[in-house]
Design a protein around this ligand. Structure first.
Ligand code: COA
Length: 228
C-alpha cells in the first residue's frame, strides 16, 4: 500500500481550469488569492491550493472543497476538522510556474522546489545562510557545478525547516545537509534547536534540468513514489 508520494505540477493553466480550481478554495484562501496584485501570482496561488485540495481529497475520498485547514504555531498548515484525525500529513511548495505537494500517512514531512535562477551574489548567500560544513562543501565544488549545488543545498535546507514546521525561525546554520554530485542526500546533523528525537530521511528525486526538489520525511527511509 502506498503511504506517501510527491506530485509536481504546472501552475500556469488555461483560464477555465484556473477558475475551476479557484472555486474549490475556502473564503479565506480566496481572500488570500485576491491580495496578490498581479493576476499571474493570484492565479498561481489558486492553482497551487486547488491542486493541493484535489490531491488530499483523493486520498481521503472526500470532496476537495470540503477540506478544512489550520496552521501550527509557526504557520505550518495541517488538515483540520474530521480529516484532521486521518493522520494524513502534507506539505506544499511553489517556485515560479511549478507547484509541489508531498503527502505521507502518519509521518511529518517538508518539501521544497526551486527553479535555478540568478540570485545576485550567490556566494554571499552561501556565507550568510549555509552552515560551516555546507560552506566547505560548496567551496569544494567545481565552478560549473556551483549553481546546482546551491539549489540542492537550499531545497534540502528548506525541506528540513518545513518538515519540523519552524520555517525561518530556525537558524539555517544550525543543521547540515549533504549536496553535490555523487553524494547521497542526507540530513548530516539535525538542529539542536529542534526538540524531540525524531529521525529524518531526505530524498531529492531528479525532476528535470534547471530544477531542484527535496523532501524531508520523518523516519529512517524515504522512498519517493510518483503520485497517481
Ligand atoms: C515556510 C518558508 C520556509 C517557506 O518559504 P518558501 O520557500 O518561500 O515557500 P514554499 O513555496 O516552499 O512554501 C510555502 C508553503 O509552505 C507552507 N508553509 C507555511 N509555513 C510553513 C511552516 N512553518 N512549515 C512548513 N510549511 C509551511 C505553506 O503551505 C506555504 O504555501 P502558501 O504560502 O501558498 O500558503 C518561509 O518561512 C520562508 O520565509 N522562506 C524564505 C526562504 C529563504 O530565505 N531561504 C534561504 C535558504 S538558504
Amino acid at each position: 500500500m502506498t503511504c506517501g508520494a510527491l506530485c509536481i505540477f504546472p501552475l500556469d493553466l488555461p483560464a477555465q481550469e484556473v477558475r475551476r480550481l479557484h472555486s474549490l478554495l475556502s473564503p479565506e484562501e480566496q481572500a488570500r488569492a485576491a491580495r496578490f496584485l498581479a493576476p499571474l501570482h493570484r492565479d498561481r496561488f489558486a492553482v497551487a491550493h486547488g491542486r493541493l485540495r484535489e490531491i488530499l481529497a483523493a486520498r481521503l475520498a472526500v470532496a476537495p472543497d470540503l477540506l478544512q485547514f489550520d496552521s501550527g504555531e509557526h504557520g505550518k498548515p495541517h488538515l483540520a476538522g474530521s480529516e484532521g484525525r486521518s493522520g494524513l500529513q502534507f506539505n506544499l511548495s511553489h517556485s515560479a510556474d511549478h507547484g509541489l505537494v508531498g503527502w505521507a500517512q502518519g509521518r511529518h514531512l517538508g518539501v521544497d522546489v526551486e527553479l535555478w535562477r540568478p540570485l545576485g551574489d550567490e556566494e554571499a548567500l552561501v556565507r550568510r545562510f549555509f552552515s560551516p560544513v555546507e560552506n566547505a562543501a560548496y567551496a569544494a565544488l567545481p565552478a560549473a557545478g556551483r549553481t546546482q549545488g546551491f539549489f540542492e543545498c537550499w531545497t534540502r535546507k528548506e525541506a528540513y525547516i518545513k518538515a519540523v514546521g519552524r520555517g525561518l525561525g530556525l537558524p539555517l546554520d544550525s543543521f547540515d545537509v549533504s549536496f553535490g554530485a555523487g553524494r547521497e542526500p542526507a540530513l548530516l546533523r539535525p538542529s539542536a534547536q529542534v526538540p524531540g528525537d525524531r529521525s529524518w530521511a531526505l530524498a531529492a528525486p531528479p525532476v528535470g534540468p534547471g530544477i531542484s526538489v527535496a523532501v524531508m520525511l520523518e523516519g529512517d527511509a524515504c522512498h519517493v513514489l510518483p503520485a497517481h
